[in-house]
Ligand binder design. Structure first.
Ligand code: GAP
Length: 451
């Protein structure tokens, strides 16, 4: 069968149908830009996050984990530049007052907004006679700050203003000194954090790709100012290794050297890693050289020294920072779209998710061939309990006939279905059916237990 081009709708519909991802607040008509994870989605997401933690934190000597509060002192966001500069260009349909990101209006019409100022984007809209998606004229653009503002405590005044963090990074920077004082690591070393981030995106879209609430996995890697390049290159290699471990095909992963005019306000060099998603080639994650921008700002605003003293010397400086920043949802979307397959089995269309075994939310599904034969059910329960104790992510499935069970397990990406039949009672072997090839093998229970 010819390889199918995966469409976003295929992924969205499977994700809902099989309990991976639901629309946030669905029962009340949804809340734009929010998504909820079902039983399989949460496991898949955690498997991705745990793999990242294992590779970037546990397997290394130069990384330390932190988990900072989401709500932070407002000074954090003033010092970081987010209050002033964390903005997107917004224009408005002059008739129905719907609002859009100006760069998205251009992009959707095939005009590349990279490197354009807001005024240049407005000029391009006029030049090309672009209208809103409803066909109405668009206003000139203005900037829109994407941070969600809130108040901490019972008093609502200027002093109580806080923000839901738009990046996890600042929770790392504000703990730099704590970790240095407690652990005194040699440079270079990194602090890593995973957690929620919030952005009031003007137009959340493309499933979980651009959400208002999402998760990041970030590292701030502290280096000697003269040695940032070697750490930048090393982390770039580590990123590719992680993407390999996610099972993403190399030819769908691309590096984009971001030009100065498109870089975030804090970055001297950025490489975006882009991926060929079903929505096109888009940013999967970023690697940025943040210089001493953040620690320098903290030092200036807090009045506390962020200098690092090289052990056994008098050499002191504010370290520079390399930041690999991953979006969990985008990694998940890349994994989902890579895994999605359609083929034909016995003349019928089949959909299956070819997840790498270490990411699959369910590793084994265990079934008795017939659910009305107590001796088969009892033996199947024995095998199920044995596998569950060992692997955890094992599912009991006795619903419908075997063919239906296989199809259901294929759709959730279970690599192996184990079936207990009458031969099992005789010779202690079970059928193990492989998701990708659909081949079935007889395997002894001992062999299965040893896997
Ligand atoms: N600390 C740096 C930082 O936050 P960013 O490029 O703004 O940099 C990093 O975000 C990553 O977070 C992106 O590459 C993407 O994977 C993810 N991300 C950003 N905005 C997102 C959104 N609205 N929805 C889902 N993921 C998002």
């Amino acid at each position: 069968m010819e390889e199918k081009t995966v469409k976003l709708d295929d992924i969205v519909s499977l994700a809902k149908r099989r309990g991976f991802i639901y629309r946030g607040s669905d029962v009340y008509g949804g809340l734009s830009g929010t998504w909820d994870y079902g039983p399989l989605g949460v496991t898949l997401k955690r498997n991705i996050m745990q793999l990242w933690w294992k590779m970037f934190v546990e397997a290394r000597d130069d990384m330390y984990g932190v988990d900072a509060a989401i709500l932070m002192n407002q000074k954090v966001w003033q010092a970081s530049g987010h209050v002033d500069t964390f903005v997107d260009p917004l224009c408005e349909d002059t008739v129905n007052h719907r609002r859009y990101r100006t760069d998205h209006i251009l992009k959707d019409k095939g005009i590349d907004p990279a490197g354009m100022t807001m005024e240049q984007m407005d000029a391009a809209i006029v030049e090309h006679g672009l209208k809103s998606p409803d066909g109405n004229p668009l206003s000139a653009s203005r900037t829109f700050n994407m941070m969600f503002q809130t108040h901490v405590g019972a008093t609502m005044d200027e002093k109580s203003v806080s923000y839901l963090r738009p990046e996890t990074a600042q929770g790392i920077f504000t703990n730099f000194k704590n970790v240095v004082d407690n652990f005194y690591p040699d440079l270079p070393f990194g602090l890593a954090q995973q957690g929620k981030a919030f952005r009031n995106e003007i137009s959340p879209r493309d499933f979980v790709f651009r959400s208002r609430e999402f998760e990041q996995m970030e590292i701030e890697y502290f280096v000697h100012p003269d040695k940032w390049q070697e750490s930048f290159e090393a982390l770039l290699r580590d990123i590719h290794e992680f993407l390999d471990a996610l099972g993403l095909p190399k030819d769908k992963v691309h590096e984009l050297e971001v030009p100065e005019e498109d870089r975030a306000h804090y970055s001297k060099r950025t490489i975006d890693i882009e991926f060929d998603f079903p929505i096109g080639r888009e940013e999967l994650l970023g690697l940025a050289y943040r210089t001493d921008f953040d620690l320098g700002n903290i030092q200036r605003v807090s009045g506390k020294s962020m200098e690092y003293t090289v052990k056994g010397t008098n050499e002191k400086f504010v370290p520079h920072v390399i930041e690999p920043s991953f979006g969990v949802e985008r990694a998940l979307m890349a994994v989902l779209s890579t895994a999605y397959r359609e083929d034909e089995v016995n003349g019928e269309k089949r959909i299956y998710m070819a997840f790498p075994e270490h990411l699959a939310p369910v590793k084994y599904a265990v079934s008795p061939l017939l659910k009305n034969k107590p001796e088969l059910v009892e033996k199947a329960h024995e095998v199920y309990t044995m596998l569950k104790k060992k692997h955890g992510n094992v599912m009991w499935d006795d619903n419908g006939n075997i063919g239906k069970r296989y199809r259901r397990q294929d759709e959730i990406g279970t690599p192996y279905c184990v079936v207990i039949d009458f031969d099992t009672l005789e010779d202690g072997t079970v059928t193990v059916r492989d998701r990708d090839t659909t081949e079935q093998r007889r395997v002894s229970i001992e062999e299965l237990a040893a896997n």
